[in-house]
Structures are given as C-alpha cells and as structure tokens.
Write a protein that binds this ligand. Structure first.
Ligand code: NZQ
Ligand code: ZN
Length: 389
C-alpha cells in the first residue's frame, strides 16, 4: 500500500428535514451576522428551497447572489467577490450543485487576494490563495463530491478555458445532504450525476492492482451500487431510498477516501475538461465520451484492473483478456443506457479541429506523462480524442 495522509474536516449533515440545524452550524464557524447565499439560475427558488432556507436564517443579515452558471464563470464570480468586499460579508452559503459550490470555493479565496486571481488558476509561480472566507454548502445535485472535497473547477468562456484549483483551505465547513432534492432534478442531471460519480471512482480504481484491498472493495462497492440504483433513481427520483444511495455514493466517490494508498489516473477528467471548455458539453458527458477510448488506448496498462472490474462489478466470466475488453463495452453500454451519448459527434458537428487543438493545449501546458504510470503521451491523447470523434 502506498503511503498517504488524509484529513477531511467537512461536517456532513445527511438526511431530510435537517435545515433546523442550519443557523447553529453557521454560528459554529462564524460569529458575525452578514452572510451571502450564493446560488445558480433559480432552481432553488422554484423548488421552494430558498424560502425554507431563508426562514432558518432570521438571526442573520442575508444577502443573495444569483446566477452562478453551470461551469461557473470567472467573470460572474468576480462580481460576487466585489459584493462581499463591499458589504463586508463574513460567511458564504453555497446552495446548488458542483458549479455553485466550486464557484464559492473560488470566491472565498479571491476575496483577500490582491492581484489577478486568474493567475492562481493558471498556477503561476507564487500565485496562491492564502486566506479564505468560511463557507458551508447545501447540496442540490449529487454528482461531483465538491460538497466534501477541497477542489474546484472554474471556466473562462471568452478564453475557452476551464481550470482547476484547490487545497486544504477549500473544504466546506459543513454540508447539508438532503436526498429529497433529487426529486426536482431533470433526468439529464441525474444521469450526469451517476456518470460523474462512477467516473470519479474509476479514475481512482482502474489503474493497476494495488495492495489496498479495502480501497479496491470500496470502489467496487460504489460502482456496483450505482449500477444497482441507476434505473430506479432516474425512473423514480422521489424514492428516498434510491436518491439517498446516489447521494452517498457520489459523496464517497470524491471525498478523498478512495485515493488513499492507491495510484490515481484522472486523465479522462483532464481531457474531458477541454471538451467542456471548447464545446460546452456537460462535464459528465465528456467523461462518458473519453473514458472508453482511453481504456482502449491504455489497455496494456490497465488490463489487470479491467479484468478485476469485469469480474467483480460486471460478474463476467471466462478468459481474462476477453473479460477486460468486455468490461470496457459494459461501461460504455451503461452510460448509454442512462441516455448519455458517447461520441463527440453526438454533441457537435464542428469537431474537425479538436484533435489538434487538445493536443496543442496539453503540449503548451507541459501536461505530458499523465495517468497512473505517468506515461500518457501527447500522441496517445491525440489518438484517444480521434477515436472519440
Ligand atoms: O443553476 P441552477 O438553477 O441551480 O440549476 C442547476 C444547473 O442548471 C441544476 N440543478 C441543480 N440542482 C437542482 C437543479 N435543478 C433542479 N433541481 C435541483 N435540485 O442542474 C444544472 C447543473 O448544475 P451543476 O452544478 O453545473 O452540475 P454538477 O453538480 O454536475 O457540477 C458540474 C461542475 O462541477 C465541476 C464540473 O467541472 C462542472 O463545472 N466538477 C467539480 C468537481 C469537484 N469540485 O470536485 C469534480 C468534478 O469532476 C467536476 O469537474
Ligand atoms: Zn467529474
């Protein structure tokens, strides 16, 4: 087992009808009175969640910031930074999915940052957020795990860029996970959530055999549970049992546990982020497009784990190599069964330039030798994207 260090300070409040505790949780982390509710395009208003939240915050002076987009935009987030500075707000409540929560992570770091915060996202030398405004979250979409991790992904559409940030300062102080929010989600977003959670697990599992037997089984448990509940939760999003299991799986898939003591890949996410930056394809769908093609191109590296995954998760039997290949097919079929298409051409007709463009971006950033064995070459990246067209 590889050495590791782990600490996850986020307090999780899981279950329905827990908002009574909201005010006391904020007071645990903030002694002032001014808080900002940051949210997306308005689903929390139409679902009634905003009303319920406001009723629980009568002890505070509440400001609101509406309009954090799916794939949160740098320029929008800067407006929230300005508002917080101007009003001297001391706590942020993020209410939404991964985009709102990621956006709030960025906002919380940018408030005390004196220079251009884009430099932090470009990871320019010496450019880091060193102080944050505390924030908590109310999750409305089980998918990213952002409610219990310290990462964020921020977009800048005028540059067609999508960049990551994070670090120990960016764990939410608390997160409310109420599975009943799934009932108002469009089927498309539920499917996205299942695939994103599935792929977070595969990124930390489909590498090479490890000695961390518990982690292997935990990953397989998440994958198997997601397969077991996927049809039901899409067909019947008001079922508490299935929604709760989706929410808990998505949380476990990226709360930091699965990476302990094992190699991780993340190349599918790196390539997928470029597809969102260039074409605006939903995050989870970019993963469904890239992952099967990446597993084919890196088959030699991954065949042992593909076989294990095929046997334990898909219950395949027979010849090991045939199982490994069939496991890739099963994975792609699973994504398609959720209504998610797995070719770039399903999303855009304008993809001719994309192969060279993505290679160029990786080259410019010096992102060679990624993946669990640090051996994914520019040529292979090009091949993966070409095969995904
Ligand atoms: O804007 P609102 O009105 O909130 O509507 C949202 C949005 O249109 C809607 N929605 C959310 N909860 C709802 C709801 N509609 C009805 N009922 C509800 N209960 O769903 C739409 C999509 O929301 P979004 O937050 O964009 O989805 P998701 O949670 O999938 O987040 C995607 C973002 O997270 C990043 C992605 O790159 C992308 O930018 N990721 C963040 C990660 C992290 N921080 O750890 C890891 C992931 O790999 C990912 O990269
Ligand atoms: Zn993801």
């Amino acid at each position: 087992m590889l050495n590791f260090e782990v600490q996850n300070p986020t307090q999780i409040i899981f279950g329905s009808n827990q908002l009574e505790k909201l005010s006391s949780y904020i007071k645990k982390f903030y002694s002032g009175s001014k808080i900002l509710i940051a949210y997306g395009s308005g689903s929390i208003e139409s679902s009634g969640l905003m009303d319920s939240i406001e009723k629980k915050l009568l002890d505070f002076e509440v400001f609101k910031f509406k309009g954090i987009e799916a794939n949160p935009e740098f320029s929008t987030l800067l407006k929230a930074v300005e508002l917080i500075r101007k009003k001297n707000i001391g706590f942020i409540l993020a209410v939404g999915g991964g985009s709102v929560i990621d956006g709030v992570k960025f906002i919380s770091g940018a408030i005390h940052y004196k220079n251009d915060p884009w430099d932090v996202l470009l990871r320019k030398e010496g450019c880091v957020f060193t102080e944050v405004v505390p924030f908590g979250t109310i999750l409305t979409l089980p998918a990213t795990g952002s409610e219990a991790n310290s990462g964020a992904v921020i977009s800048r559409s005028e540059l067609k860029e999508k960049r990551t940030m994070g670090g120990p300062l960016f764990f939410p102080t608390f997160s409310f996970l109420d599975p009943t929010v799934v009932s108002t989600l469009p089927k498309r977003q539920i499917a996205n959530g299942i695939v994103d959670a599935f792929m977070h697990t595969l990124e930390q599992y489909l590498t090479y055999p490890t000695d961390n037997l518990l982690q292997e089984r935990e990953a397989e448990g998440i994958l198997s549970t997601l397969i077991e509940i996927s049809d039901e939760v899409i067909r019947n999003p008001t079922s508490y049992k299935f929604a709760a299991n989706l929410m808990w799986c998505a949380n476990h898939a990226l709360n930091g546990n699965l990476r302990c003591g094992v190699p991780t890949d993340w190349a599918t996410h790196m390539i997928g982020h470029e597809l969102t930056a260039i074409f605006g394809i939903d995050h989870a769908r970019t993963l469904a497009i890239i992952a099967p093609r990446l597993y084919e191109v890196k088959f030699e590296n991954k065949k042992e784990k593909l076989t294990q995954y095929g046997k334990r998760v898909w219950n395949l039997t027979g010849d090991d190599l045939a199982i490994a290949k069939e496991a890739i097919v099963k994975t792609e079929n699973f994504f398609q069964s959720l209504g998610i298409e797995t070719k770039i051409s399903n999303y855009t007709k304008d993809s001719g330039h994309i192969v060279a463009e993505i290679r160029k971006r990786f080259e410019e950033r010096g992102w060679e030798n990624t993946g669990e064995r640090q051996d994914l070459t520019y040529n292979e990246i090009e091949q993966i994207v070409k095969n995904a067209l």
